[in-house]
Design a protein around this ligand. Structure first.
Ligand code: PLP
Length: 382
């Protein structure tokens, strides 16, 4: 039976491997506290749940890929309040089904694999979907390492002119998963200048802009000139709505027009009742403040422990993760296996890209009580 060779070459999705390891340990009677995948386990705010229920109708027809005008307006109003970015809800915004599907398929809408624009750049370690989307679009993937000495920003000086000329998409993701680093607006300004000069698209995955602990992070939406720029954001982390699947793409109207042409075929028009819940979610900041405070408390608990145990914290400015250095002499996978024997599941940095070796990631998703329990366990284990 024919199966895509791209699919056959693909390694198992990192979190499938991680969950399998956890199940094996649990089968031996060890209780596992799961700091692996970044799936918030907090309840979604009642205001949002009610909006979803109120959005149910006796009959619901096919939703349109362009989304409800009310949702596009709510997103534009949020971007104005949060980033002072003016978006035209008619031309600059399109809702998505969460952001993963839109990130995966974006290369299909942009890359000319048989032409001169065949390359998709993304950062390593990172979210695996940029590379996978590039491969399925038959693009040439280009992993750019994120090094601590560069503040976990890609080294733009290391890219040669031939590569710039072949580049179709440059994926950036700040606040970054997994290094938790943030990017200053000047980074977006420099990259946007290069994008205009060389004619590539900046795709800025901003899933974590709302999970911060010091200053609110910048967005590529703040650029004065948003030519060649598209931003993806989502309610998954901001509003603990991973199960709803609701996000948006916004930016250069030419790119949004391309998505409006592409997406009706893909079948990813968001359900109308979810869009109604999303209008409520983008319109409310109180629940986001509470979410940040909760992550902040869990973060403080674990940071205190790791610091006392001499485990060095790298990056870790924002997001729902901590990015920490593996003790000398151990691989990230061996270290994660050692912690798993004590019932603590973390992600080895190497699972998130080869430049992730030497680090491990802690997703602050267990409850505060579970985090306190994990601190007691790690107090003995480390
Ligand atoms: C960096 C990054 N981008 C995008 C996503 C996708 O989130 P969603 O599809 O739930 O919006 C995630 C999810 O973990 C992520 O870590």
């Amino acid at each position: 039976m024919p199966v895509s060779p791209i699919l056959e070459r693909q390694t198992t999705y990192p979190f499938v491997r991680l969950n399998d390891a956890a199940r094996r340990v649990e089968a031996r009677g060890i209780e596992v506290i799961d700091f692996g995948m970044g799936d918030p386990r907090e309840p979604t705010d009642p205001l949002i749940r009610q909006a979803l229920v109120d959005g149910l109708r006796e009959r619901m027809g096919y939703p349109a890929a362009v989304g409800l005008p009310e949702l596009r307006q709510a997103i534009a109003a949020w971007a104005q309040r949060r980033f002072r970015a003016t978006l035209d809800p008619e031309t600059d915004v399109i809702p998505t089904l969460g952001s993963k599907e839109a990130i995966f398929s974006f290369a299909l809408a942009v890359v000319d694999a048989d032409g001169t624009r065949d390359t998709v750049a993304y950062t390593d370690p990172g979210y695996p979907v940029y590379e996978r989307g590039a491969l399925f679009a038959h693009a040439r993937p280009l992993a750019l390492p994120l090094r601590e000495e560069h503040g976990f920003l890609p080294d733009l000086n290391a890219i040669d002119d031939e590569t710039w000329a072949r580049l179709a998409i440059f994926w950036v993701n700040y606040p970054n998963n997994p290094t938790c680093a943030t990017a200053p607006l000047s980074f977006y300004e420099r990259l946007a200048g290069l994008a205009r000069e060389h004619g590539f698209v900046i795709a800025s995955d901003e899933a974590y802009t709302e999970l911060w602990f010091g200053q609110p992070p910048a967005s590529a939406l703040q650029l004065v000139d948003r030519s060649n720029v598209v931003v993806f954001n989502t309610l998954s982390k901001r509003s603990s709505m991973t199960g709803y699947r609701s996000g948006f793409a916004a930016g250069d109207p030419t790119l949004i027009a391309a998505l409006k042409a592409f997406r009706p075929t893909v079948g990813t028009a968001p359900q109308e009742f979810v869009q109604r819940a999303a209008v409520a979610a983008w319109g409310d900041e109180a629940h986001v403040g509470e979410t940040r405070a909760r992550y902040g408390r869990k973060r403080a608990l674990l940071l205190d422990l790791f610091e006392r145990k001499g485990i060095r914290v790298a990056g870790s400015e924002a997001t729902m993760y901590l990015w920490l250095e593996v003790p000398p002499g151990e691989t990230s996978e061996a270290f994660a296996e050692r912690l798993l024997e004590h019932g603590i599941l973390v992600t080895p940095g190497s699972y998130l890209g080869s430049a992730g070796e030497g680090y491990f990631r802690v997703a602050l998703v267990p409850s505060e009580a579970e985090c306190a329990q994990a601190v007691r366990i790690l107090e003995r284990a480390l």
